[in-house]
Design a protein around this ligand. Structure first.
Ligand code: DAV
Length: 375
């Protein structure tokens, strides 16, 4: 679609999507055949200072105040950035080779400090995990209200792309801008940080999509208020938002549950039990994820994620997955269930806190929006 604005005195402005945006965003689940995707970038990544309560809460929520005081943020070693860029480009090449249109975030200066009337942030964070902050539900692009202060401007890197999808016919909305005041961050009796219910706050990676049904994990990166907001938006459109509580308290859902295809789910046996498995998934066949092969946390000596990042896989279609090449047992299990695997590596996945699901954002999949997989 080309739109021309001929306002007198302002010359002519033509609104056109970027050349690689030819259709609207449309992505309704985690497994239908992939057509377009964003692959993240490591360049410019900065780890937020843990002295910020929102960074403590979402990056180091397993550490108490004493332990987190010893953690350093800041720019990552150049080698980590370069090797991660190589690995992401290899992933992008593989996907292109399968006919998938690959978008990349544009450059953002994540090192720049910024502030609001309520707080200062010493830096931004990164464009490594496009999954984290944008939730695509059918043809609607939803910018989610991350509780992390350093991530406030992160979606600048996807703005050009979303502008293109809007011109191509997608809806593009943002949740109420969170204020992220100090009162959003508390400390529990165990000395670990908690997200309060001050305002709606959640990250897109707290959510898994499955047609008409969405699973929303209540955790340090998503509160009940955020779930209520999402439900207020999607409920009237016929979606069901299922809360996932008491399964995993730290951040995202995608190293705990992976939806592989209709009727088949991969579950993290250290977190999911017969008692807490989300109701709609009870009738699905399960693969209990085998023990992860420990891949280490690389040059930084610090980790933003658990070893279970190995189950953070990307489904290309219901018969094909991109999986960490080190996870031989998981790969064998998937193959036994008829899923072929493209083994890939992200050498610094744990240092940067993102596996193949995290470092991608599937913007177009061939799936009927609103399909009912549980009806
Ligand atoms: O298991 O450490 C990682 C989630 C990444 N999106 C974990 C959570």
């Amino acid at each position: 679609m080309t739109i021309t604005n001929n306002h007198p005195g302002f010359g002519t402005a033509t609104l056109e999507p970027p050349v690689d945006v030819r259709r609207r965003a449309c992505s309704a689940d985690e497994f239908s055949p992939l057509r377009e995707i964003v692959v993240g970038r490591a360049a410019g990544a900065v780890i937020p200072q843990a002295s910020d309560p929102s960074a403590w809460l979402t990056l180091y929520s397993h550490l108490d105040a004493g332990q987190v005081a010893a953690v350093d943020g800041g720019a990552l070693p150049q080698q980590v950035i370069e090797e991660s860029e190589e690995d992401l480009e290899t992933l992008a090449e593989t996907l292109r080779g399968l006919g998938v249109v690959v978008h990349r975030p544009s450059g953002v200066d994540h090192a720049a400090p910024f502030s609001t009337p309520h707080w200062d942030s010493a830096s931004g964070m990164y464009s490594y995990c496009p999954r984290d902050l944008t939730l695509i539900v059918g043809e609607t692009i939803i910018e989610t209200p991350s509780p992390v202060r350093a991530r406030y401007h992160e979606l600048d890197g996807l703005r050009e792309l979303f502008r293109g999808y809007l011109l191509a016919g997608s809806a593009w909305i943002s949740a109420p801008k969170p204020q992220l005041r100090d009162s959003l961050y508390g400390v529990g009796r165990d000395g670990l940080p908690v997200l309060t219910e001050d305002e709606p706050a959640f990250e897109a990676a707290n959510v898994l999509r499955c047609g008409r049904d969405l699973f929303y994990q209540v955790s340090t990166s998503g509160n009940e208020f955020g779930r209520i907001w999402l439900e207020s938006l999607l409920g009237p459109q016929g979606y069901r938002v299922h809360p996932v509580r008491d399964v995993y308290p730290h951040t995202h859902l995608d190293s705990t549950i992976s939806l592989l295809r209709p009727g088949l789910v991969l579950l993290n046996p250290s977190r999911v039990t017969e008692d807490n498995i989300p109701g709609p998934l009870r009738d699905w066949d399960r693969i209990w994820c085998p023990e992860m092969r420990e891949t280490g946390v690389s040059a930084t000596g610090q980790s933003l994620s658990s070893p279970w990042l190995g189950m953070n896989l990307l489904m290309v279609n219901p018969e094909l997955a991109v999986v960490d090449s080190a996870q031989h047992e998981l790969i064998a299990q998937l193959e036994r269930h008829g899923i072929s695997v493209l083994p890939h590596t992200l050498r610094h996945d744990r240092a940067l806190g993102g596996g193949f699901h995290c470092v991608t954002l599937d913007t177009v999949r061939d799936a009927p929006a609103g399909a009912d997989y549980f009806g």
